[in-house]
Design a protein around this ligand. Structure first.
Ligand SMILES: NC(=O)c1ccc[n+]([C@@H]2O[C@H](COP(=O)([O-])OP(=O)(O)OC[C@H]3O[C@@H](n4cnc5c(N)ncnc54)[C@H](O)[C@@H]3O)[C@@H](O)[C@H]2O)c1
Length: 445
């Protein structure tokens, strides 16, 4: 798909509005449209490191954002190099050694989409070369990687965007506006989950037919991880193994928590996390559970998160307020008022005699003669069909690179979210409550 024009959006929007009119759905405009008129004097010249599953998706999204242009890509695997060029749909150079790209003086920024355990090394190299960085989520593989990355970004005064695209999603921005308006009343609880029920949802990705030690530079891939002989399953299914990924916490919690941070404005590491979980189905030698549930104490919020890889219950985040409930289901947001109107007691009178009950009710109605105001109808907001929040997130990054203004998901935000994911795993594996020791900058428990 090429860039979305305003005319396309109007057409796309009109269809959805007509279809959703009965359901009172209000369509939200993607902010990528604004970003398509470059707000800086020139296009941002970027390169991409890592053109596997996500790297290719990022290139397809970046292609829609006219404020940037890709000058080249790098990957350690031959087929992924070709797939990256195909994804961008232009004749761009591709290399095995990303340092060649970082040496180029005409490159402003780098999109990093290597596996989680490689983020630190690659990002620090990009920063040392003076480049601004968009790094995929979760920002870090562990607490010390995150701290090192925050320090390097701040010391180098670079622009850094963590890649949880939900933070730029038009639906989450609308939710933040509603949350901040106070319309939900006091929010006492937040619940978020992403549940799937398929081998793909549990990262049992196929091993490509040409995968071998000849087509993949295994030693360069392992680099800082423990050495072991070539293992194609580990290359394609790295999320299952603690040497490279962080299980559902790093893969999925990070989206739920970045969305929560975006809506509530909380930008902090939780004080405590308690996890439970189990590995019941995908017993394929992986290190992580296929069900993980965590209770978090954030400053000012109780957040309950889970990911189940054995039941496809969807991707839902709910904010439970005293006055209303806000639910985000995929790219649709609904606000439903709570019925807090004054009413006479019902259940509590069941043990009363009829005479006493009737007297109470007639006194109550005499004291409240006005009929109650009608309850507001639920209100729904949705992103247009085919909406791509990754394009919005990249657009926000390019704009910051050009203007040196702030991104929506900087290194502190990204590190806070990633650290919360590490706390969830820490609690699960230590069978204890994980606490964040802010003075020592470490997890304890
Ligand atoms: N934001 C999202 O929705 C989203 C979705 C999927 C993945 N991700 C994240 O994107 C990142 C990549 O995930 P993926 O699924 O694409 O993994 P992948 O294994 O499919 O791709 C990673 C690629 O990086 C390459 N690579 C690794 N080290 C390299 C190096 N030193 N030089 C050049 N290339 C190198 C590998 O060869 C591989 O092709 C991860 O951090 C993941 O968590 C984010």
């Amino acid at each position: 798909m090429g860039p979305i024009s305003r005319r396309d959006f109007v057409r796309l929007g009109a269809t959805t509005v007509a279809a959703g009119a009965a359901a009172k759905t209000i369509l939200l405009e993607p902010s990528v449209l604004a970003a398509q008129t470059p707000q800086t004097s020139r296009q941002i010249r970027f390169v991409s490191i890592g053109t596997g599953i996500r790297g290719c998706d990022l290139l397809r999204s970046a292609k829609k954002v006219q404020s940037g242009v890709c000058l080249g890509t790098a990957d350690l695997y031959e087929m992924h190099r070709k797939a990256g060029v195909e994804a961008y749909g232009a004749d761009i150079p591709t290399t095995h050694d990303y340092r060649e790209l970082l040496d180029r003086k005409d490159v402003d920024a780098v999109i990093v989409a290597v596996a989680d355990f490689q983020h630190r090394r690659v990002v620090l190299d990009c920063l040392a070369a003076g480049k601004d960085v968009y790094c995929e989520k979760p920002m870090s593989h562990n607490v010390s990687d995150g701290l090192a990355m925050v320090k390097a970004v701040q010391n180098g005064k670079r622009i850094f965007q963590a890649g949880s695209q939900r933070v730029s999603n038009t639906v989450y921005k609308k939710a933040a506006e509603i949350f901040k308006s106070g319309r939900l009343g006091e929010v006492t609880s937040i619940e978020a989950y992403t549940d799937r029920n398929s081998p793909s949802g549990a990262w049992v990705y196929p091993v490509a037919p040409d995968a071998s030690a000849q087509t993949i530079d295994w030693n360069a891939w392992l680099r800082d991880a423990p050495q072991r002989p070539f293992d194609a399953e580990r290359f394609f299914r790295w999320r299952c193994f603690a040497d490279y990924g962080e299980g559902v916490a790093g893969d999925l919690y990070v989206h739920l928590l970045s969305g929560m941070q975006c809506v509530t404005g909380i930008n902090a590491i939780p004080e405590r996390a308690y996890s439970t979980g189990s590995l019941t189905h995908f017993k394929d030698g992986r290190d992580f559970p296929d069900l993980l549930a965590t209770l978090y104490d954030y400053p000012g919020a109780r957040v309950n998160v889970h990911c189940n890889q054995n039941n496809a219950a969807g991707d839902i985040t709910t904010f439970y307020g005293k006055e209303a409930t806000l639910t985000i289901n995929g790219n649709t947001l609904t606000v439903t008022a709570q019925d807090t109107r004054l009413q006479p007691e019902g259940y509590g009178l069941d043990g009363w005699t009829t005479e006493t009950k009737q007297k109470y009710l007639s006194d109550w109605h005499a004291a409240h003669p006005e009929p109650p105001a009608p309850l507001p109808a639920p209100e729904t907001f949705a992103a247009p069909q085919g909406y791509d929040d990754t394009a919005d997130h990249i657009a926000n990054f390019f704009q910051a690179v050009g203007t040196r203004e702030h991104v929506v998901e900087d290194e502190v935000f990204g590190n806070n979210t990633a650290t919360a994911c590490h706390m969830a795993n820490y609690s699960y594996f230590h069978k204890n409550v994980a606490t964040w020791d802010a003075a020592a900058q470490t997890i304890k428990g």
